[in-house]
Write a protein that binds this ligand. Sequence first.
Ligand code: SAH
Length: 345
Amino acid sequence: MKKDISALTLAELTDLAASLNEPAFRAGQIFGWLHDRAVSSFDEMTNIPSSLRGRLEEEYYIASCDIEEKYVSKADGTVKYLFRLFDGEYIESVVMKYKYGSTICVSSQAGCRMGCRFCASTIAGLKRNLTAAEIERQLHSAQKDLGVRISHIVLMGIGEPLDNFDNVMDFIKNVTDPKGLNISARNITLSTCGIVPRIYELMEKRLQITLTVSLHAPNDGIRNSIMPVNSKWGVSELIAACREYANTTSRRVSFEYTLISGVNDSDECALELAELLKGMLCHVNLIPVNDVTERKNTRSSAPRINKFAHILQKSGINATIRRTLGSDINASCGQLRRKRSEVAQ
Ligand code: SAH
């Protein structure tokens, strides 16, 4: 079976060039074609001798990520894509415009096996991991389509990035490479539901990326009921890992807290959360839960959300309420893929 050449890092391409008795600079050229120019065929690599192109083509393919559907929010210009991969899998990405530039939210897996009760991405389970290149191609496809340079990446689309650890690490290596997109690691955010051993592993990489943890509850009782991952690594273990991550990397950890009416949005929850995070270099993002057809969750009212935020702030916790973008286009991930998969079944 052919392998995805666009998933290789520059170091791996250099090894490949050596194994083919090619000069090392070829690796840099090929890397540039794949990651800076984002070509979709070997023929487009015009400064690579055709004999070498032919040899590469025998063993490798270039990842594809084709636009299947596109929605533009009339409210705020947020763009949502449904992409089709080479094997017919579908994934989603969202591009948001902020004052500081464009941010893309990319998927890291086709489906997800984490089982969070409020989330659409996990309903049909995990189909497969994405390669490093399939994660990156979402950005190239969107950039080409929109004619803008995307400067920020959040790994917050479909999938659990730390459940596809090696490919996600290669993705980060490739997009931060000066010969590729040259995106600053500080502009990359990785969001996890809390796979604790992998948080420590990530910490050891000493990357400058921002770690975001989907916490959604201040104690095991509530978290177990909405996030199955918590039965493996509980709240205290997770928070200990986050504290160590913040101390070791000197990077502020963010927490996502999706407010679901009557589940995790009481004053007591806010106070418990404040106690849990006391003294930590962190930030809490409060998110009104998004409607998912198959999930019966009700959004907390605006006054409830404001009160929750106020309690945190009064306790010295840095907390903001996330602005909802693209609400008219189902911008929260997982729902388009799900619809499309149902049609395909
Ligand atoms: N698996 C990773 C990243 C993907 S989910 C993680 O869990 O962090 C991205 C974020 O969206 C997570 O914080 C997730 O909990 C949240 N999310 C999922 N479904 C949601 C919904 N219906 N409403 C609001 N946030 C949701």
